[in-house]
Ligand binder design. Structure first.
Ligand code: NIG
Length: 412
């Protein structure tokens, strides 16, 4: 074998049944080992069962020193490609202004759009690289990245091309999402219909044709886009075979979760304001919930989404950092997990699955976020013996090594 990870407390395959208790989904292998060849897992089991000859003089052996090992994390909702800084808005929120008040006064997404439009593709790549390195250091091997801070045809395409360039420039695998319907661009304030038409009828087919994104998204909110506008996007995405995801019920309650279910969205993201009817609709249609607890904290946009009620209703719950300059300036996976336990009501096992198996499902990439023989060798090796330490050691980084496709790409 090319690589063997041994001397673990346990290996979590995250490959158990999705229905039922999260602890069963974790697929724990006590004192497990992982063997890798050609970027794929070729052995998964107790170290004592490693076949003879598995370790040769050619094998790289990683001693986990009693730490646990699991699949690389999947951060299924980020906006890491942007320019500019909104620390002044953070300060205003600390002084009591709300996220929506700041946006209405000319701040918010529009500020980042202005800065992002000024940046070249190379500058966007350079700005995003350290954010991706932060994610890598926290065990993230796959991250979704949305456009949505360009908001003109050229700047949206430039953002998506920057994401493609970033995919080649660093080890975190990137999954791009077109979020043209993030905010109404300033030039289109009086003719929003023209922006929706441009996004839906011109940009979306072009982006699909050029393979620049593998999903599309819209921010459904009083201050952003309506149900009908999201419906138009959904119809075109369906015709083009592109999965849909939606930002819904984040700042105000408006039946967004029901809309996501109705439109067959793969995921409904945020959900702070979801209703009981929204939970029931998501369960019925199998819509995945993506919770972003660091943005509930950072945007001061409580309540926290009802993670417990979602899980209890049988909805799959993924987690994300939602790393972005306005509502969640954080790449901190373990802080998100800790908040998910403390404030969204998830158990540590449920939070861990939210950043692994279920996060991967939200990206329509079921082979990721789990370990199977023959599957991708994306691993996170931790300095602690149990996954329970991740949310408990609030906001701290327990990752000792990150492995992408069988290659060691980060080491503490
Ligand atoms: O996911 N909700 C909309 N979009 C981002 C926030 C973007 C911003 O404030 O820059 C989010 O929270």
């Amino acid at each position: 074998m090319e690589l063997v990870v041994r001397n673990t407390s346990e290996v979590l395959t995250c490959d158990g049944p999705l229905e039922g208790p999260a602890e069963d989904t974790l697929g724990r292998v006590a004192r497990g080992a992982v063997g890798v060849t050609g970027g794929r897992v070729v052995f998964l089991g107790a170290e004592s069962e490693l076949p003879e000859g598995a370790i040769t003089s050619q094998t790289t052996v990683i001693d986990a020193r009693g730490g646990f090992v699991g699949p690389g994390f999947v951060d299924c909702h980020t906006h890491v490609v942007f320019a500019g800084d909104r620390s002044d808005e953070f300060e205003q929120r600390c002084q009591g202004k709300s996220y929506l008040e700041i946006a209405a006064a000319g701040g918010g997404i529009a500020r980042t759009v202005a800065a992002t439009r000024e940046a070249s593709q190379e500058q966007l790549v350079a700005l995003a690289l350290p954010r991706l390195t932060q994610l890598l250091a926290r065990g993230v091997t796959t991250a979704e990245v949305k456009s949505g801070y360009g908001l003109d045809a050229e700047a949206e395409l430039r953002t998506l091309r920057a994401i493609a360039a970033l995919s080649k420039a660093q080890p975190v695998e990137l999954v791009a999402t077109f979020l043209g319907l993030h905010a109404v661009p300033p030039e289109f304030k009086e003719r929003r219909e023209a922006w929706v038409r441009l996004c839906v009828d011109e940009l979306l087919p072009r982006i699909v044709g050029e393979q620049l994104a593998s999903a599309c998204d819209a921010f459904v909110e009083q201050s952003a886009f309506t149900h009908d506008e999201a419906r138009r996007l959904a119809a075109k995405a369906k015709a083009l075979g592109l999965p849909l995801r939606l930002h819904v019920d984040q700042l105000t309650a408006n039946g967004g979760a029901q809309l996501a279910a109705e439109l067959g969205a793969v995921s409904a993201d945020h959900l702070e304001q979801i209703s009981a009817a929204g939970i029931a609709a998501m369960k019925q249609r199998g819509t995945i919930a993506v919770l972003a607890p660091t943005s509930t904290l950072f945007a001061r946009a409580k309540p926290y989404a009802p993670g417990r009620a979602l899980r209890d209703a049988g909805v799959l719950v993924a987690l994300c950092t939602n790393c972005n300059p306005g509502s969640s300036n954080s790449e901190n996976v373990s802080l998100a997990m800790g908040l998910a336990c403390l404030e969204n009501g998830l158990t540590p096992a449920e939070a861990y699955l939210g950043f692994t198996r279920i996060g991967a499902l939200a990206l329509s990439r079921p082979e990721l976020g789990r370990l199977t023989v023959g599957g991708p060798a994306d691993l996170a090796i931790f300095g602690c013996a149990s996954y329970r330490t991740l949310p408990y050691h609030l906001g701290m980084n327990e990752v000792a090594h990150t492995i992408k496709a069988g290659r060691s790409v980060w080491c503490a």
